[in-house]
Design a protein around this ligand. Structure first.
Ligand code: PLP
Length: 345
């Protein structure tokens, strides 16, 4: 049912798919074994391959195809200075032969060139910095600078395609409609019906796609989005609109409403980009049991929700749960993170 419409829309190949589903058996043992801990599967979208991987590769396959169809020579996008989305957009632009301009919000006038920012430069992106207000809300000075960049590009004879923050728009949401079809197919082949799918939720394109995809694919699990930043009412509305417009692009009569868009607010900590103790513990635990790398901004917060629910026996041990690993490993290679982890050789 679902596979066909989403596979018929223009899509530029960028990701290595399907990504594997890992059975985290050593993690399960470390959490007390099958008598107390559910089976934990990890959907490895950290291994999508594009410019060190992550969830944005799925969105960018549809966004880059749309940009090319509209005759773009340049893609422009925004994000925080350590944005995974920006890094992967820069990588995608290289592959598609497009120029890439990144408008990045930063608390520092000259941010340290490390982690994702180092890769942005390596991929040849033209990077512009603007002072940070709330990097998760695409309002303020960054929107003005994006408009300036578009005017500059057009004046130089290049048509610019603007990708909204996080690639979170109807076209981008298609990535997790097809991602859901892929996962549901893998679960069926494993004869497995997980009760929940946990994932870290930021700008909400992933949520929009997962929610629409779950309805279209009749996914067995309930979605458990874990917020990494505040501003829930605006974000619910953003996800609802993206999901419903994506449904229209697919020619589907299925609709998503506010009640479909639950996101757990308990793991944000002090705010976007500020690591939590529970998240740092999750990073250590998954690294030492499964050699799977979470990171401080998104996936560690998402995974700490799953860990809390396992430890508080909210999930019966006979259940299976899935964690959608959305990537982000370059954030590990930053001075701030090394300082927080107090890693010693
Ligand atoms: C590693 C990682 N996980 C999760 C997310 C959240 O995805 P979305 O912005 O679609 O909510 C992001 C977004 O930047 C991300 O980089």
């Amino acid at each position: 049912m679902i596979g066909e419409p989403v596979n018929e829309l223009p899509r530029y190949p960028l990701a290595t798919l399907p990504t594997p589903v890992t059975d985290a058996v050593r993690l399960r043992e470390a959490l007390g074994g099958p008598s107390v801990c559910p089976r934990i599967l990890v959907k490895r979208d950290d291994l999508t391959g594009l410019g060190l991987g992550g969830n944005k590769a799925r969105k960018l396959e549809y966004l880059i195809a749309d940009a090319l169809e509209r005759g773009a020579q340049t893609v422009v996008t925004t994000g925080a200075v350590q944005s995974n989305h920006a890094r992967m957009t820069a990588a995608a632009a290289c592959i598609a032969g497009l120029r890439c301009v990144l408008v990045l919000t930063s608390h520092h006038v000259t941010p340290v060139v490390e982690g994702n920012l180092l890769l942005d430069c390596l991929f040849g992106a033209d990077v512009r910095f603007v002072p940070a207000e709330d990097p998760m809300l695409a309002v303020g000075r960054d929107a003005e600078v994006v408009d300036e960049v578009v005017r500059e590009e057009e004046a130089s004879g290049r048509h610019a395609y603007v990708i909204p923050i996080g690639g979170s728009c109807p076209v981008g949401a298609l990535g997790y409609v097809s991602g859901t079809a892929e996962l549901v197919g893998q679960l069926r082949a494993m004869d497995c019906r997980p009760s929940r799918l946990y994932y870290a939720s930021g700008s909400r394109g992933t949520q929009a796609g997962l929610t629409l995809g779950a309805k279209l694919s009749e996914a067995p699990y309930a979605l458990w989005g874990v917020a990494v930043s505040a501003g829930e009412p605006e974000k619910i509305e953003r996800a609802r609109r993206a999901a419903n417009e994506a449904a229209i692009l697919l020619g589907s009569g299925v609709r998503v409403d506010h009640t479909d868009l639950f996101t757990d607010q308990a793991f944000i900590g002090e705010g976007y980009g500020i690591p939590t103790e529970a998240g740092l513990e999750a990073i250590r635990l998954l690294a030492t049991t499964e050699a799977i790398l979470l990171e401080p901004v998104y996936t560690s917060k998402g995974f700490s929700a799953l860990l809390r629910h396992v430890r508080s026996c909210d999930i019966p041990p006979t259940d299976t749960v899935v964690f959608l690993h959305t990537g982000g490993a370059p954030a590990l290679f930053t001075r701030d993170f090394a300082a927080r982890m107090e890693t010693k050789p």
